[in-house]
Design a binder for this molecule. Structure first.
Ligand code: PGA
Length: 223
């Protein structure tokens, strides 16, 4: 089965950076699915699929500053990340809101990439599987989607769970859903191959290392 390698640019990037990335990706031969999720203003069609990083839980209306799933679909984007821990944390997004966003995304023909993940306190307390299960049960609608397991404490920190930890969480998630399961959190060229070789890991969601073509292509080529 082909793997999924998605880059989450967060609030970084310019049109020139995206063009450079698309150009660089033209020369990369891979069977795997590459997705770039830049800021809304850079969405559209390119040499690889694009995705947004969020969408409104509402269809349309008086929601100043919001972007609907339909608007995202109209740009040519095919995916949307929902429930990233930075959204759950800084914008108080609950599982219910994440589920409403994923539902809107599906209605607009987008594939949601739904993020779940435990905090360091929850990890230390041995609550990882419980937290992930609760998030999955409450934030996914019953359709086609992708799940990204991103331990909050591994995002942007350089810390990565052990392969046993990732294997355990992914095996548990597999009992809850047949959806493709990505791992995210400090993925880089030097650990991508090992992470991708873990059973039930169908791809990776990459933050910092997806911004520069060299780093991102090293990850694609490692897989
Ligand atoms: P990171 O971010 O790869 O920079 O740790 C991952 C993410 O937030 O999706």
């Amino acid at each position: 089965m082909s793997k999924i390698i998605a880059g989450n640019w967060k609030m970084n990037g310019t049109r020139a950076m995206l063009d450079t990335m698309f150009d660089a990706l033209k020369n990369v031969k891979t069977e795997n699915k590459i997705i770039i999720c830049p800021p809304f203003t850079l969405l559209g069609t390119g040499t690889v699929a694009t995705g947004a990083q969020d969408c409104s839980p509402h269809e349309s209306g008086a929601y100043t500053g919001e972007i609907s799933a339909e608007m995202i679909a109209e740009t040519g984007a095919k995916y949307v990340i929902v429930g990233h821990s930075e959204r759950r944390q800084y914008h108080n997004e609950t599982n219910e809101i994440v589920r409403a966003k994923a539902t809107r995304a599906l209605a607009a023909g987008l594939t949601p990439i739904i993020c779940v993940g435990e905090t360091k306190e929850q990890y230390d307390a041995g609550k990882t599987l419980e937290v992930i299960e609760e998030q999955i049960r409450n934030s996914i609608p019953n359709h086609d989607f992708i799940i990204a397991y991103e331990p909050v404490w591994a995002i942007g920190t350089g810390l990565v769970p052990t392969t046993d930890d990732i294997a355990r969480v992914h095996a548990h998630m597999r009992t809850l859903t047949p959806a493709p399961l990505l791992y995210g959190g400090s993925v880089k060229g030097s650990n991508a191959a090992e992470i991708m070789s873990i059973e039930n890991v169908d791809g990776v969601l990459v933050g910092g290392a997806s911004l520069k073509p060299d780093d991102f292509i090293t990850i694609i080529e490692a897989i």
